[in-house]
Design a protein around this ligand. Structure first.
Ligand code: PLP
Length: 391
């Protein structure tokens, strides 16, 4: 299977739009949509039997075989090097971060440690939890635009104090698309008795994962971005020592019945995004995980280098700092405000038919380019010309 525009046949994407924004909400391959529809058809065949017995085991005598949720969780767990009993499905990364931060015991004056590159919703969840418990959010500045992983580790070390309880760190940052050295950060936090929640929203499918080896306390991720699962499909992994204290943000029948029971049923929902998630992983494996990673990383890096050359801007990061997504500076002449970012993003989409993430930050505008196997350098060239014509 050759990667490039031929791969578009596997997606339902509009052929008239250059799609350089896979990272934002994912794009579900046709074969995964078909698997999801098959599950939905099965649900509708015998709805209560499927949802209350097969999916959740809520009704009927105890069963010997795992529920469908547990079977799917075991397959996802294998993909991330974990045990199925330590992994539960959540709607998305936002829901997982809510579950963890709203479950941690915090006393007045305790500190949550974040960085200034955390996803905006995560920063708000931390602010909300801190407000409720009279705790404090301390935000570490990431060295940027000249990113330097050692500088980040040092800044986190300097920010840890006697009241720091939990660090909330991205694996791959959202706007800036940087890979953070989370194993080293976790080691540092452990030395100081600080627990670590990793937001890995962009990691599954992009980075090889062995969650128990990372030395973190909780790991939240999305499968609907780069692991080709249907939306909404996220997971929450927790070290067994935290299972008893961890509760979903929505409490239901499973309260105090154990970690997986609490999360597997939080009211009547459509389970098809989770049950079809293993099909997304099989698609990735059929394509060849390593091939996918090489192609997308290479395209992201070469693309960004070419764009910077064309626009006369400078990339101040190294290839090892990024995966399949890269954030690069737009020409100065395009402005620096959120309004100017929105204007450019709209013009690129509605006039030039290019979907790409554009944002303002650090005194200028940036483009975040996602490289997927259906993209080629010709897509990047289209973006290069469209932006150059407006600068
Ligand atoms: C780092 C990070 N965390 C969390 C999220 C939230 O993902 P979701 O909207 O699926 O909860 C995103 C979304 O882009 C993200 O980039």
């Amino acid at each position: 299977m050759a990667f490039g525009h031929e791969m578009r046949a596997h997606w339902a994407l509009d052929p008239d739009v250059i799609y350089l924004n896979h990272g934002t909400v994912g794009a579900i391959p046709r074969r995964v949509l078909a698997a999801q529809q098959k599950i939905r058809d099965e649900v509708e065949h015998q709805p209560s039997r499927f949802l209350l017995r097969e999916v959740s085991g809520l009704v009927g005598l105890p069963r010997r075989e795992p529920t469908l949720m547990r079977a799917a969780a075991a397959e996802v767990a294998r993909f991330v090097g974990a045990s199925g009993s330590d992994l539960v499905f959540v709607d998305n990364a936002t829901t997982g971060v809510n579950a963890v931060l709203r479950s941690v015991a915090l006393q007045p004056g305790d500190e949550l440690l974040l960085t200034d590159h955390n996803y905006g919703a995560t920063a708000r969840i931390a602010a909300f939890v801190a407000r409720e418990r009279s705790a404090v959010v301390r935000t570490v500045r990431v060295p940027y635009p000249r990113f330097n992983p050692d500088g980040l580790i040092e800044a986190i070390g300097n920010a840890i104090g006697p009241r720091t309880r939990v660090a909330v760190i991205d694996h791959i940052t959202s706007e800036t698309a940087l890979i953070f050295p989370i194993a080293e950060i976790a080691r540092l936090c452990r030395e100081h008795g600080v627990r670590v929640l990793i937001d890995g929203a962009h990691a599954p499918g992009v980075l090889p994962l062995d969650l128990p080896a990372l030395g973190v306390d909780w790991y939240v991720a999305n499968l609907h971005k780069w692991a080709h699962a249907p939306r909404s499909s996220g997971f929450l992994w927790a070290d067994p020592q935290h299972h008893a204290a961890l509760h979903p943000a929505v409490i239901s029948w499973g309260l105090d019945q154990g970690f997986t029971a609490e999360f597997d049923w939080v009211g009547t929902r459509d389970p098809s995004p989770w049950l079809a998630a293993p099909e997304g992983l099989r698609f990735l494996e059929d394509l060849g995980l390593e091939r996918v990673r090489e192609y997308t990383h290479d395209l992201a890096w070469r693309g960004a280098t070419a764009l910077c050359d064309r626009w006369g801007t400078t990339l101040e990061i190294k290839p090892e700092h990024v995966g399949a997504m890269i954030t690069l500076p737009l020409p100065d002449r395009l402005g620096s405000t959120a309004q100017e970012a929105a204007t450019l993003r709209d013009a690129l989409l509605f006039e030039d038919r290019i979907e790409v993430q554009v944002h303002a930050g650090h005194g200028r505008l940036w483009a975040r380019v996602s490289a997927q196997i259906y993209n080629t350098m010709s897509d990047v060239d289209r973006l290069a010309s469209a932006v150059a014509a407006r600068a």
